[in-house]
Design a protein around this ligand. Structure first.
Ligand SMILES: [Fe+2]
Ligand SMILES: [Fe+2]
Length: 310
């Protein structure tokens, strides 16, 4: 997403907001759980290519078993055809810019039809199953997870929603014929959150008494969540940090993070790769692999040839 100016002259300074979560751990250490494992599924992740204006040619990544497109690939949709015939399955979560100048309710069926035509699996409040080459069953759960503006709590919601006006004007979208304003975005965000929470509450273990083998009774071996918006303040763009406008980029879904093994997102035009501790389990890994805008220097550090393992 393109970001609004930080603060216009004459406006009061932003409120004091909490710092980034202290548990954020960068994946550059020698922790045993980030070392290569014998059984891994390898993903290619791309988002925020903004091919409606950017000059970038996506290429398949050797060794990847699936490609995840996490939104803001092309506001015109035309460049999605570049992924047709991709050598591995393609999973798509739309970003906010896929709805630029469109009506949200009418555009979604058309976008779904486009994905079907191109052979992609659309994940818009949907779950897909994927069997990796190592035999493990991977559950992919996808939703744009629009912003609910509660990143800093209910007391800051109104201020966060006001700060969203600029980017919503840029989008120029509608929903059911009415302007897609912050209130409408919040409604969508809360619906995404409710769906995601219910989906993540499902147990991988089949409860039938007929299942005597614990391994055979598992419906999936790993859970990958894909959202366009960021799931935590820890995913904030370090150029802007914690300010009211950040609530247009990240949600406070920290309580859901431990229910996923891997959480992929876009929307922030920067890169993230961090771990969230879980009791008795490997940490949840959160990855953002956005490219962003060249004229803003955002692709510096962007590595489209980076495999993500789960
Ligand atoms: Fe973007
Ligand atoms: Fe975005």
């Amino acid at each position: 997403m393109r970001r609004a100016r930080r603060q216009r002259p004459g406006l009061p300074p932003p409120p004091s907001l909490p710092p980034l979560p202290p548990w954020r751990i960068l994946v550059d250490s020698a922790l045993p759980w980030v070392q290569p494992r014998l059984r891994t599924m390898r993903l290619q992740l791309l988002s925020d290519l903004h091919l409606e204006t950017e000059d970038f040619e996506p290429e398949p990544l050797a060794g990847a078993e699936a490609l995840v497109l996490a939104g803001d690939i092309d506001a015109t949709w035309a460049a999605y055809s570049r992924f047709a015939g991709w050598p591995v399955p393609v999973f798509v979560v739309p970003g906010n810019h896929e709805f630029d100048g469109r009506d949200l309710l009418r555009a979604l069926p058309a976008f779904r039809a486009l994905c079907q035509r191109l052979g992609f699996t659309l994940l818009c409040r949907e779950t897909a199953a994927f069997t990796a080459s190592d035999g493990r069953r991977i559950r992919l759960i996808g939703t744009p997870r629009w912003s609910d503006f509660d990143l800093f709590g209910a007391a800051q919601r109104e201020r966060a929603m006001r700060s969203a006006r600029y980017f919503l004007r840029l989008m120029g979208a509608t929903r059911g014929g009415q302007p897609l304003d912050a209130a409408a975005i919040r409604e969508e965000g809360l619906a995404c959150r409710a769906w995601l929470e219910a989906e993540l509450a499902r147990s991988a273990v089949v409860s039938s008494a007929a299942d005597s083998c614990a391994h055979a009774a598992r419906r999936w071996d790993a859970t990958v969540v894909v959202t366009h918006f960021g799931p935590s303040l820890a995913s904030a763009d370090p150029r802007y940090g914690a300010q009211p406008g950040t609530a247009s980029f990240c949600n406070a879904d920290d309580d859901l993070l431990p229910r996923a093994d891997l959480w992929l997102h876009g929307h922030l035009h920067c890169r993230h790769d961090y771990l969230v501790p879980r009791v008795g389990q490997r940490p949840t890994r959160v990855v953002c692999q956005a490219r962003g805008m060249l004229d803003k220097g955002e692709p510096v550090g962007f590595d489209p040839q980076r495999l993500i393992e789960v």
